[in-house]
Structure formats: C-alpha cells, structure tokens
Design a protein around this ligand. Structure first.
Ligand code: SF4
Length: 383
C-alpha cells in the first residue's frame, strides 16, 4: 500500500519549522537515505509558474526546496539541480530570479536548469494514451534521483494542480502548448509514465483556492505532504482540499488505464485527513465567464482563462458589467472565429495572431488586464 505523510504545523511555520516538517515527512517514508545515496545527482522540480505573481500559494515555497537541498546534502548528494520551465507565457530565467530560486541555488552550490534554454531528450512512453515519445529536459532525465516539489492549488482545467500536473514543467514550451492542444489529462499521465519520480513533497503551507493556478485567494494550511507515489499523494492532497477522486478526470483516467487503482486504500501517516474540514472553493470552469459574454475557447491555457476571469472581476468592481453586451472573445490556438458576427470579436493572445485581422486583437501571451480592458471598452463603447 502506498504511504503518504501529512505534516501540519499548529501555526505559520518559521524557516526552521519548515525544515523540521519536510524532514519529518521524509522520515515517515524511510528517511532521505532511502532515496538519496552518497554521490547521487539529484534534480528538484519546484513550481515557479510565472515570475510576476511569485509568492505564497502561487510558487513553491522556496523554504521547502531549501529543506530538501539540505537533506540531500546531508545524505551525501554529489550534485543538486533545480530544474524548471515556467508557464509558456513566462520567461523561465526571469521567473526563477523573481521567485528567489537563483539566490537559493547559489547559497547551496546547486545548479539551476532553465528547461527552455537547455537540451531536451525524447523519452518513450510505455503504453502511451496519447503522446509517444515525450520531449523533456535532458538535465532532468540525466540524474540518479528526481524530486517533485509542487504547491497545492486549484486549477481551472484539471480542478487541482498537485504532483502529477507539476511535472509538466520539465517539458519545453512547444510541448506544453501541444499538451493543451491534444489533451492535458492524458498528456500528464503519459508524462508521468515516462519520467519516474522518486519522491514528491507538496508545499501546502500556503495553498490557493478559487481562481487557480495564479489568481485565487490563499489558504493557510501550514502543511507539507510527501510520498514516493505521486498519485497517492494527489489522492490524499485533493481529499484534504475537499475533492473526491471521482471528480478529478486525470485520476479517473489513470484508474481506467490501469495506471493506478482508486479502490486500493492509501496509508496516511502523521496528521489525519479528517482534521482538515475546510473545503476549497472550486476554480470557475467552462465558458460561463460573465453574462452577455460568449467565450469561444479551444486549446487555451489557464493563463488566458485566468486573465478573462480577472478582467471581468475588475469590470464588476467598476460596476460596468451592465454595459457589456454581445461580447465575443476568441481564445486558444484551436479556436475558430465564427462567421456572421454582428459585432467585432475580441481576438485574444499570441496563439490567435493569425486571426488578428478578424476582430479587435489583443497582444500578449497571455494579454495583460489593461490591454484586455482597453479592447473591451472599445468593442462595447464603455467610457
Ligand atoms: S495566448 Fe493565452 S491561450 Fe494562447 S498560448 Fe498564450 S497563454 Fe496560452
């Protein structure tokens, strides 16, 4: 039976508390020496998403990664890499700098690998559901030990983003985009088949609910969750957030494909799941963004959906929603602009540049709120 360790601090943890929590969690799994041997090359994969929005609940708390670096060094690791490829709308090196990971690496003599500026390698996917082979960071593959360090968040497309989804950061940007086009659920299952992970340590010190993975409110759980089985970790973490496994398409799909067995129990050690009673607010889903607005979305990523939600939130605060009528937004690389529209559509983002002439085009990947607002004002004639 897979084991998941849940460690909760009674209060907001200090730096030393975070180290202790991570160590306790890993000790419940047999200790760091059961994972890292003398001289091993270890890769750590945090979630850095986007530099601009770095911070608690958005990016992995670097103290969790720091604790893992210390533990790996105590176990005699020969070399430590921090490997990440930020969201494909963000420059990874900038995101790593803003989120403090460059300084952290320097402090411990670790090496930072920007997935977008380093070689990739093709890896075969056994019994692939969708993608075979996958192209992933060569540096991430060329190590003895891989440690996944995600942060607990809601997600507009997958409902949650935890360990399984976090691995997407080892894909180069063109593969990430491709995953969104062809189907992210099966894509992440294939990716996790191709890239074995030795340990996942989830930062749930500050998590995110609602408009995840970048814009939602924070939830302070003061918790760290660890497992050698990433799916078991996701099952436990999503329960803590208030989701049933059956609600999460990627768990159901993995179960149907025989990758996991949802009817098998998971052993939870440390804090019991029942002590978490707060139910996370779900991320808004579907295309029902606001009244009077039709969003034609196909192949769009969370960043653009998040921007649309956040723009309409701003318009609501300005008490201008009543002035929005018959607004059509076209978003995502596969989305088509409908024929015969009575008003100009808003064509959103870099992957829709080929349709720029067909409406009011907003640049960016994703476009920023100010540019979106300007276009909406122009289309709807809002002063
Ligand atoms: S414009 Fe938006 S949907 Fe298109 S690639 Fe960029 S973030 Fe994704």
């Amino acid at each position: 039976m897979s084991r998941v360790a849940v460690i909760r601090n009674k209060t907001k943890p200090s730096d030393q508390d975070v180290y202790t929590m991570v160590k306790k969690a890993v000790d419940h799994l047999g200790g760091i020496k059961s994972i890292v041997k003398e001289g091993d090359k270890v890769a750590l994969k945090p979630n850095v998403v986007t530099g601009e929005l770095s911070g608690p609940g958005v990016t992995t708390d670097k103290r969790v990664v720091e604790a893992l670096i210390r533990l790996c060094q105590e176990a005699g690791a020969g070399k430590i890499l921090i490997v990440e490829g930020a969201g494909y709308f963000t420059e990874t090196s900038k995101a790593l700098k803003l989120s403090g990971y460059i300084d952290l690496a320097e402090k411990y003599g670790a090496e930072v690998v920007d997935v977008d500026k380093s070689p990739v390698v093709k890896v075969a996917v056994p019994d692939a559901l969708l993608v075979n082979p996958v192209e992933v960071s060569e540096a991430f593959m060329d190590v003895d030990v891989r440690i996944n360090v995600p942060v607990m968040k809601t997600h507009d497309q997958l409902k949650v983003t935890l360990g399984v989804k976090n691995l997407k950061g080892v894909l180069p940007k063109y593969m990430k985009r491709n995953f969104h086009k062809i189907g992210v659920v099966k894509g992440i299952i294939d990716l996790n088949k191709a890239v074995p992970i030795d340990l996942t340590v989830l930062d749930a010190i500050v998590a995110m609910e609602g408009l995840g993975p970048s814009f939602g409110p924070k939830v302070e759980l003061n918790t760290v969750i660890a497992s050698k089985d990433v799916y078991a970790l996701d099952r436990v973490a999503s329960r803590i957030m208030g989701f049933e496994a059956e609600e999460l398409d990627y768990l159901v799909e993995a179960d149907n494909a025989g990758v996991i067995n949802l009817s098998e129990p998971v052993e939870v050690v440390g804090e019991p799941i029942t002590s978490y009673t707060y139910k996370f607010e779900r991320a808004p889903s579907g295309t029902d963004f606001a009244e009077g607005v039709t969003v034609i979305t196909d192949g769009a990523c969370s960043a653009c959906h998040g921007t649309i939600h956040s723009v309409f939130y701003d318009i609501e605060q300005m008490k201008k929603m009543g002035e929005i009528r018959d607004l059509v937004i076209v978003v995502g690389s596969n989305a088509e602009v409908p024929e015969g529209l009575t008003s100009k559509p808003l064509i959103m983002g870099a992957c829709q540049a080929h349709n720029a002439e067909k409406g009011c085009y907003v640049v960016g990947c994703p476009p920023n709120n100010d540019h979106m607002m300007k276009a909406i004002r122009e289309i709807c004639g809002i002063e």
